[in-house]
Each structure stands twice: as structure tokens, then as C-alpha cells.
Design a protein around this ligand. Structure first.
Ligand code: HEM
Length: 210
């Protein structure tokens, strides 16, 4: 009955793909983040790129434990192969830099997690690989590549689009109650907000559009 439909029920009828609903819900935040990061000139020199790597290191450090989480692997079986923290670490090593130790505790450590919230975070880090198709082109202009210094921006072997489809198919198939659904959206929003914190901490006081 339409009268008793919650906002979440309604949204699910209009857009059956959870990934697409998350995209719509976070569209504006992503645009602000994209503009904020690019305003930091991360690809104008290796020195600026080093700060970008620091930011990315924190982004992937936050979610690293999720890649080994049994409950999540049951939902997204190839999650361990989607891990990216070690690639960022190799990028530091390629450039002869020491991997910085993050000042903040990761968002997800070992132990219990809220699965819907974690799915929201994973949507953001996995989705960032789509934008990376654009970023790797910029990185190449300063001498970096998929095998030197910008490994974490490389696409999956099977291709970015296919890898994203596999992930979003798994994400869409998870059965969540309306309350859990709301936590997934909040998780995606929180994940983006957390990236703003990492941008500021890596680049210093920047003109963020938060
Ligand atoms: C640095 C500047 C960035 C630029 C220029 C950028 C650009 C883009 C572009 C062009 C897409 C769409 C690709 C496509 O549809 O094929 C995209 C998708 C996405 N990006 Fe970014 N991005 C940036 C940073 C980030 C960061 C730092 C994150 C999060 C850590 C992020 C998260 C996402 C997500 C979640 C999607 C998937 C949206 C969806 O289709 O559901 N992006 N980005």
C-alpha cells in the first residue's frame, strides 16, 4: 500500500540497484570531493603526488581489515583480491619513500563490524577505481605508470567495468532490511566524509568544499 511505504521502500521500487541508489545518494558529495582533490594539484609534480599517495594510503588503511572479514567475504567472495593497501605501499617503495604511519586508527579494525555500514564504505573504495581511470592518465604525465608509482590506480586485470559489475552485482544481491539499507547509505556518506579528513591531513589546510 503506497501510503504505508517508507522512503527506503519507495527508493527501492524506483531504482532496484543498491549501487545506483548509493551513487545517487552520494553524487553531490563525490563531486565536492573530486573538485577538492583536484584543487590540491596532486599531479602537478612528484612532490604533490607524494601527498596524494599519503591520502590514498589512509583511505585504504581504513578499510583494509574489511577485505579479510568472513561475513563480508560471504557476500563479496573476491574481496581479498580487491585489497589495495599493499599497492599503495608498493607505490611509496617505487618512489623511494617511506610508508607513513597513519595518525588515526583505521575505521575498521579486527573484530565485529556493522555489515551494512561496511558495505557503504566498500562501495566508495571500490567505486574510486572508476575515477582512477582518469587519474592514471594524469599520473602518467609525471612519469608514473601502472607498474611504477601508480600501481594502485591501475585497473583490474579483467577491466575496470567488468570488475565494477562483479562488485555491484554482489552488493545489489545482499538482502538488507530498510533500517540496514539506511545504514549502508550512511556508511557511504561517512566514508566520503572521512576522505575529506584524509585530504586535509595529507595536503594541509586546503580549500575543501565540505
Ligand atoms: C581525485 C579526483 C577524482 C576524480 C576526478 C574522480 C572522478 C570520477 C569519475 C569520472 C567517476 C565515474 C567513472 C565512470 O562512471 O566510469 C568516478 C566514480 C566514482 N568515484 Fe571518483 N573521482 C575522484 C576521487 C574519488 C575519491 C577520492 C573517491 C573515494 C575514495 C571516489 C569515489 C568514487 C565512487 C564511489 C565512484 C563510483 C560512482 C558510481 O558509479 O557509483 N572518487 N569518479
Amino acid at each position: 500500500m503506497a501510503d504505508s511505504m517508507s522512503a527506503t521502500d519507495f527508493a527501492q521500487c524506483v531504482e532496484p540497484s543498491r549501487a545506483k541508489r548509493l551513487k545517487t545518494a552520494t553524487h553531490e558529495t563525490h563531486m565536492r570531493l573530486d573538485q577538492t582533490v583536484m584543487a590540491c594539484d596532486p599531479f602537478s609534480s612528484l612532490e604533490r603526488y607524494r601527498l596524494f599517495l599519503k591520502m590514498q594510503h589512509r583511505v585504504f588503511f581504513d578499510v583494509d581489515a574489511l577485505c579479510f572479514h568472513r561475513e563480508l567475504i560471504a557476500l563479496v567472495p573476491d574481496l581479498p583480491e580487491r585489497r589495495q593497501l599493499h599497492l599503495v605501499e608498493q607505490d611509496f617503495e617505487d618512489l623511494g619513500l617511506v610508508v607513513p604511519s597513519p595518525e588515526l586508527e583505521p575505521v575498521f579494525g579486527e573484530g565485529a563490524i556493522d555489515v551494512p555500514t561496511a558495505l557503504g564504505y566498500l562501495y566508495v573504495t571500490e567505486g574510486s577505481n572508476l575515477g582512477a581511470a582518469f587519474l592514471i592518465k594524469e599520473a602518467k604525465k609525471i612519469g608514473l605508470s601502472e607498474s611504477y608509482g601508480a600501481r594502485h590506480l591501475a585497473g583490474a586485470e579483467e577491466g575496470r567495468a567488468r570488475s565494477w559489475r562483479t562488485f555491484t552485482n554482489a552488493l545489489d544481491a545482499v538482502d538488507l532490511s530498510p533500517a540496514e539499507e539506511a545504514r549502508a547509505v550512511a556508511g557511504a556518506e561517512a566514508s566520503f566524509e572521512r576522505v575529506f579528513v584524509h585530504v586535509e591531513s595529507a595536503f594541509g589546510k586546503v580549500q575543501t568544499l565540505r
